[in-house]
Design a protein around this ligand. Sequence first.
Ligand SMILES: Cc1cc2nc3c(=O)[nH]c(=O)nc-3n(C[C@H](O)[C@H](O)[C@H](O)COP(=O)(O)OP(=O)(O)OC[C@H]3O[C@@H](n4cnc5c(N)ncnc54)[C@H](O)[C@@H]3O)c2cc1C
Ligand SMILES: CC(C)=CCC/C(C)=C/CC/C(C)=C/CSC[C@H](N)C(=O)O
Length: 560
Amino acid sequence: MAATLFKMRAGKAPLPLFPCIGHKGACAGRLVPPQRTVRAWGIWLWGKKCNNLLLLLSGGSVCPDLELLLSSLQLSLASPSPGFPKLSITALAVIGAGIGGTSAAYYLRQKFGKDVKIDVFEKGKVGGRLATLNVQGQEFESGGSVIHPLNLHMKRFVKDLGLSAVQSPSGLVGVYNGETLVYEESSWFIINMIKLIWHYGFQSLRMHMWVEDILDKFMRIYRYQSHDYAFSSVEKLLHSLGGDDYLGLFNRSLLETLQKAGFSEKFLDEIITPVMRVNYGQTTNINGFVGAVSMAGTDPGLWAVKGGNKLVCSRLLQASRSNLVSGLVMSIEEKTRTKQTGNPSKVYEVVYQTGSETHSDFYDIVLVATPLNRKMSNINFLNFDPPIEEFHQHYEPLVTTLIKGELNSTVFSSRALNEFHLGTVLTTDNPDLFINSIGLVSPVEEDNNPQPKADTAHVWKIFSAAALTKEQILKLFVSYDYAVKQSWLAYPHYTPPEKCPSIILHDQLYYLNGIEFAASAMEMSAIAGYNAALLAYHRWNGNTHMIDQEDLYERLKTEL
Ligand SMILES: Cc1cc2nc3c(=O)[nH]c(=O)nc-3n(C[C@H](O)[C@H](O)[C@H](O)COP(=O)(O)OP(=O)(O)OC[C@H]3O[C@@H](n4cnc5c(N)ncnc54)[C@H](O)[C@@H]3O)c2cc1C
Ligand SMILES: CC(C)=CCC/C(C)=C/CC/C(C)=C/CSC[C@H](N)C(=O)O
């Protein structure tokens, strides 16, 4: 009978009316296939969707009459009747070929299948903030460089895309406060333990446990995603990982969270702040979640992709069989178009510039995978009603400078370079300091652990808020052969409590980079890319039961 109803609809015959008692008779509707269904059938009511029905589709039981109706029709919500003509999706656009955009393209292909066209727009280089700089014939990471051993998407990409991993340098670390080294690691584990306990009691151990707990809960996202669940907001995603407490991390500053947990000012100033400065160019005023991610960035076992992390992006693009469009997207506008079926449907017109030429194309779904602010992407959303919200969130300026030279170790300590064994110097929050950090780095092709030697010039990476002057470089180095720099708008300026930008900007228009307001890292963008692909797929197909499900952790625990 169900098949008959739908076939009648396909032949444009009128559909039978039925009452929805759950809506007190107010929403008598007609059984129709949703406008863009590929796999799942749903019921749409005249004018608008019935919320009771959505609950029913997602496993709720508010609308028993509909449930009865469906079961009496023996209607399978998961699979449409074979042979029934499907309204198909034709084209998808992704804007930005960084790790967010390329991972989204990869997962979009997996979900939507081989026939759909996927265009990926990139105004600069594939990789975005994953990039390298050349120092006298060797390439060094200048943007995203270290990956955590538990970053499972990045790990999977490297394995599946035929790449290999190299261990990141793990030299000894010191902390400089503008006058002296307030903390200095030793190469002896036991000495380090004694030093840490002597200076800070058991606070490092407690900090380690705090980060582990957050990371443990974070790992739940992989299980949700492997079961195809998606989230419509970053807040809902965070909440699903550990409830109100977890979301609370995002809403409060790291300082507030750690002070409440009893960490001392000395420990925060000398250990935690320097880590926030090297990783995010900010202080403990950032939110607690990004603070924990930043601390995870000091864990052992950090790694990088041999040949450069940006290779993941170019390989993902290849594997997704997307078309790379080297151009600058200028605007996105909603338009109505008549498809081959004769039915009008909503599409998005993407206008872009390649060289001096302007072009445009139409897409059913668009994913924006670049921070939406004037300085970084400058995309105009035209004629949306209601208008797409404006994004004014500030990104932190940061300069990466690579210098091949002989370090002036006496800047940091009284020891000469042959007695100076630190591979990285972090800094406290002292306004007189002009660098956030300085550290020895290896070329992207090498798997090694560089150590400073008095007689050889090594390559050092410096992070600073502004470009270094020649005088500043000459303060840090006795002499140098080569210097090269790259300026970034690197990460959001974190000011908790704040609201993450929406993931759903419009019906079929999605935004990935809101996740950076929880924490900016390669793995976070990969998670956002997968989530947006799943969300787009489920919304296109009306699979509402796969979106924003509560208690997923408990529910999935019992599943094999
Ligand atoms: C200096 C630095 C160090 C970092 N270190 C680490 C680290 O060690 N570990 C870690 O995990 N993360 C690190 N990060 C963070 C990480 O690099 C980013 O979170 C991640 O790369 C962001 O990826 P994305 O794809 O979301 O954005 P992006 O890489 O910014 O990609 C967006 C892309 O969109 C393109 N684009 C923008 N506007 C348009 C337009 N209008 N039309 C067409 N194309 C457009 C841009 O050119 C860009 O390529 C670091 C970042 C920086 C800057
Ligand atoms: C997302 C999770 C759970 C973990 C990621 C941990 C991680 C790798 C954090 C680092 C984040 C970051 C923005 C580092 C920037 S600087 C990196 C490095 N110290 C360098 O010198 O380049």
